[in-house]
Structure formats: structure tokens, C-alpha cells
Write a protein of this length. Structure first.
Length: 209
């Protein structure tokens, strides 16, 4: 007589989301919550950091781009609160050392390069570090939300992610069209070189992708 293989009971979504291990069985649902708390802190931190960048920027296009994204960032704070609500959790920020480091570095870079031909390039350099951090975090959180069947959270995150990517692309455009070549100084006497419009486009810096 051949024994039939034992049937494995179907796992609940809660079971699927849990990765049993050494850290008290925490799993994907816990990681999602941690990530939302992390990005909530980051968004609130950036609402305080962006006005400093706006004040330091010289290019009007850069000022406009940063001002527009500040409004979006303030909106993101409210949307993240909706994400907490959608999963039945209180809105609570968790200190994020990564964004603290990015903001601190931005402050340092602006102090070092503020008032120089490279000032706006430095602002974009620092700003895109924050954008890329947010894009990676929101990208992961959306994937987690899809796996966990958090459909409302996934839609909200997708909207934020679209705006973050657009803001990053706008900074890239400003850098390539106006800022990078304008930041070049003569290595001998320190004088500014000709503007980007007077330069051969083949010499353009492609520092941002």
C-alpha cells in the first residue's frame, strides 16, 4: 500500500507575511510598517530641509522646481498618514539615520559651495541624493504592499512614487541644460567659463542619470 503525501494546510495572508526567524518571528508586514514609519520621518525632515535649498538656489528654474516639490512633499506627509490609516496603524515616525545623514551632508555641501559657480550644482547633487533614497524606499514599499494585499496603500504609494521620479527627472534636466557647465571654472585663474549655451554640447557633464 502506497502512502499518500500529507496535505499541507493553506497558509493565511498573515502566515505568508511572516518570516519565522531569530527576531521574534517578524516578517513582511512588520517590515512594511517599519518602512512607512521611516519614510514618514523622512518626508517631515525634508519639509524642513527644502526651504534652505530654495533660499540658496540661484537659477529661477531650480527655485521653481524645488518650491513645487516642497508643496508635493508637504502633501506626501498627509498621504503617508492615510497609508497608516489604511492598514489600521497610528501615524508614527521612526527616526531615520539615512535621511538624517543625507540632510546633514546637504547642509555641509551648501555651506562649502554656497555663493560659488557650483552652488546650484551642489544643491542638485544633494537634492537628488534625497530623491533617490525616497524612490528606492517607496519602490520597495509598493512591492511589499502588493504582496500583503494592501491595495489602498499600494495606490497611495504609487502616486507618491510617480511624483518623486518626476522631481528627480526635473532636477536632471535643469542640471544638464543649465547648471553643470555654468559651474565649470578655469583651473588656472578660477574664473568662470562660458555658459552652457556658448559651449559645445559634446562637453556636457552627464553626472545625473
Amino acid at each position: 500500500m502506497t502512502n499518500s503525501p500529507a496535505k499541507i494546510p493553506a497558509k493565511s495572508p498573515q502566515d505568508v507575511s511572516r518570516m519565522h526567524g531569530t527576531n521574534k518571528g517578524k516578517g513582511l508586514a512588520d517590515l512594511f510598517l517599519h518602512g512607512i514609519q521611516d519614510i514618514y520621518y523622512a518626508e517631515k525632515k525634508l519639509t524642513a530641509a527644502l526651504p534652505k535649498m530654495i533660499k540658496a538656489a540661484k537659477s529661477q528654474d531650480l527655485v521653481d522646481a524645488l518650491t513645487g516639490h516642497l508643496s508635493e512633499t508637504e502633501e506626501h506627509v498627509q498621504i503617508v498618514q492615510e497609508i497608516f490609516q489604511s492598514i489600521g496603524k497610528p501615524a508614527k515616525a521612526k527616526k531615520c539615520e539615512a535621511i538624517d545623514g543625507i540632510v546633514n551632508e546637504a547642509d555641509s555641501i551648501m555651506k562649502e559651495f554656497g555663493g560659488t559657480p557650483a552652488g546650484d550644482a551642489a544643491i542638485i547633487f544633494a537634492g537628488q541624493a534625497a530623491e533617490h533614497y525616497e524612490i528606492t524606499r517607496y519602490g520597495s514599499l509598493r512591492a511589499f504592499a502588493d504582496i500583503l494585499k494592501y491595495s489602498d496603500a499600494s495606490k497611495l504609494i504609487a502616486g507618491i512614487l510617480k511624483q518623486e521620479k518626476a522631481a528627480d527627472e526635473k532636477l536632471t534636466q535643469i542640471a544638464e541644460d543649465q547648471v553643470d557647465l555654468a559651474a565649470i571654472v578655469d583651473p588656472v585663474d578660477g574664473s568662470e567659463t562660458k555658459s552652457a549655451n556658448e559651449k559645445d554640447k559634446k562637453h556636457r557633464w552627464y553626472l545625473w542619470s
